[in-house]
Design a protein around this ligand. Structure first.
Ligand SMILES: Cc1cc2nc3c(=O)[nH]c(=O)nc-3n(C[C@H](O)[C@H](O)[C@H](O)COP(=O)(O)OP(=O)(O)OC[C@H]3O[C@@H](n4cnc5c(N)ncnc54)[C@H](O)[C@@H]3O)c2cc1C
Length: 509
């Protein structure tokens, strides 16, 4: 039996960051990952002469070297900032409409405002007011969070004091918009559906249509990506995983790949250690789970050890959406097929909420199509004269789980064919250039990550289960969660959330 301060289960973004922060703070930490590579969702794979990125489109919160964002600061602390060649993306995204028109949004507030005012002159005032509202909302949220963190009172007492002082007076924009959906806010400001779609494209990063997507998250995404800029990196997200994993080792932590955790040991109702898949026992003062609370309680605990309070606590949450993705290697450059912006969201109609209903079906129909050409921002990502495109739709896993193995293969290729047909329509001649193609379905995500429903963004993040109500609380003493399931999902948010969890644990062990 070995003893540690902290055991971390799972080397996804959250697990890697938790282990790195604990090691940095001089804690004896061990990280277990059942796969033979780190990264979880954030990974890559090779087919032919292409290496495909699985998940990362845009890394948030990086900022520039001169004006670093919180994630860059975190990577500096791990000593990995300089090891990685970062690629700044100049445009947030391009939204393409069914009539062949489209709008690209520059990753700069002033340029974005100017561009949209030119495209929609009749909505100029509303556009300027909207951006002002986004920025005020984020400033007030940050001020409120800082105030809450500074207070030495119990959180309940802080809230009561703030309420007494008049929360809406202190934080008027936060009070007005915190619990509104994206669609509600867009309807308040804008008339043109195309403008609404252009400003709400980040809904697809959380897998909730505008009618259910918390505007609070959209405002934060818009603000963060405009201020800290969207980034990619040379060599796919595997380079980042490898760098963080090596940093864990360099700072004295231990990483065990190819070594899943079989069970969490509970004694007197408290988490005290784990048993790995080889039957080895490890003890620690704290356990951090980087896998979903459902899998943590359901697969790693004996039935008798699952507290009733955990079942009750998780009841209101719904397992989120998965995806069907085609990973495509083309034998031509992006210019040859007319791909000019790396990240595009492509609509079949001007009603995103209606089209999103197809996400519950087995196969993509009118679902908004997310297509990313990594070669636009980094031509060196694939051999000269070639390009990499990943294109897919958000799809729930339920219908896929009902298929027999024979049906599965048939439907998987049918899904791929439909997505390629959509791309062919937008970029005539596209399919003739396909050199390699692989398709991932909700079942692929389920198999590789062990996530229920193959969910790629954790629990559904609608207005009522948004950032203010995540199920981050563990019902077992000494067990903590640090994953996309208990926090706003995504690379940046997960690295930073896990850093916060680990920092707080470091002061306790
Ligand atoms: C197709 C796709 C596109 C995405 N696009 C973006 C994007 O553009 N931008 C963005 O920011 N985010 C994106 N995301 C989301 C982002 O990738 C995830 O939010 C994030 O990677 C999840 O990290 P995590 O820390 O929750 O861990 P996960 O990635 O869920 O990793 C959990 C790890 O735990 C391991 N594990 C499971 N069980 C055990 C066990 N018993 N013992 C040991 N290890 C175990 C798994 O093997 C895995 O490595 C995308 C995701 C997908 C799949």
């Amino acid at each position: 039996m070995q003893n540690y301060d902290v055991i971390v289960i799972g080397a996804g973004n959250g697990g890697l960051a938790a282990a790195a922060t604990l090691a940095e703070k001089g804690k004896k930490v061990i990280l277990f990952e059942r796969h033979n590579i780190p990264g979880g969702c954030g990974t890559s794979f090779c087919r032919g002469r292409f290496e495909f990125e699985v998940a990362l489109h845009q890394l948030s919160s990086m900022g520039t070297p001169e004006k670093p964002g919180p994630l860059r600061e975190q990577f500096r602390r791990y000593g990995i900032e300089e090891q990685i060649e970062w690629v700044e993306i100049k445009e947030l995204f391009r939204v393409n409409f069914p009539d062949g028109t489209g709008i690209s949004l520059p990753a700069d507030r002033k340029e974005c405002e100017a561009h949209l005012c030119k495209e929609f002159p009749q909505e100029k005032d509303a556009i300027l007011r909207y951006f002002e509202t986004v920025y005020s909302f984020c400033a007030e949220s940050a001020a409120f969070a800082e105030k809450s963190a500074q207070s030495t009172d119990e959180p309940g007492a802080v809230k009561k004091t703030i309420m007494k002082l008049g929360f809406p007076k202190l934080y008027p924009t936060l009070a007005k918009y915190a619990l509104k959906s994206t669609q509600e806010v867009l309807d308040e400001f804008f008339k043109a559906p195309k403008l609404q779609l252009a400003l709400s494209a980040y809904w697809c990063f959380m897998g909730m249509p505008p009618s259910r997507f918390p505007w609070s998250i959209l405002a934060k995404c818009t603000n963060i990506y405009m201020e800290d800029k969207p980034f990619y990196l040379k060599g796919t997200s595997m380079v980042m995983n490898q760098a963080i994993m090596e940093a864990v080792g360099r700072m004295g932590g231990v990483v065990r790949l190819n070594c899943g955790v079989e069970r969490i040991i509970i004694e007197n109702g408290k988490a005290v250690g784990i048993i790995d898949e080889n039957g080895e026992e490890y003890r620690a003062k704290k356990i951090v789970s980087n896998i979903s609370p459902l899998a943590t309680y359901g697969a790693l605990l004996d039935e008798k050890d699952i507290p009733e309070s955990a079942r009750e606590y998780l009841k209101p949450y719904t397992v989120g959406i998965s995806a069907i993705t085609c990973f495509i290697g083309l034998d031509c450059t992006p210019e040859e097929i007319g791909f000019t912006t790396s990240f595009t969201l492509n609509y079949e109609s001007l009603n995103a909420n209606e089209d999103f209903k197809d996400a519950y079906k087995l196969l993509p129909e009118n679902d908004p199509l997310v297509a990313t050409c990594y070669t636009v921002d980094d031509p060196s990502i694939s051999p000269a004269g070639t390009s990499i495109i990943t294109a897919g739709t958000l799809q729930y896993g339920e219908e896929w789980e009902k298929l027999t193995p024979e049906q599965y293969y048939e439907k998987k290729y049918e899904a791929g064919r439909r997505i390629v047909e959509r791309l062919e329509k937008m970029y005539p001649g596209f399919s003739e250039h396909i050199e390699e193609m692989e398709i991932a379905t909700p079942l692929t995500h389920m198999r590789y990550l062990g996530h229920p429903g193959g969910a790629i963004y954790g629990y559904e993040q609608d207005v009522m289960s948004s950032v203010f109500f995540f199920p981050a609380e563990s019902m077992i003493p000494n067990l903590e969660f640090a994953s996309g399931w208990v926090n706003a999902c995504g690379f940046g948010p997960n690295y930073m959330f896990a850093d916060k969890v680990a920092t707080s644990l470091a002061s306790e062990v």
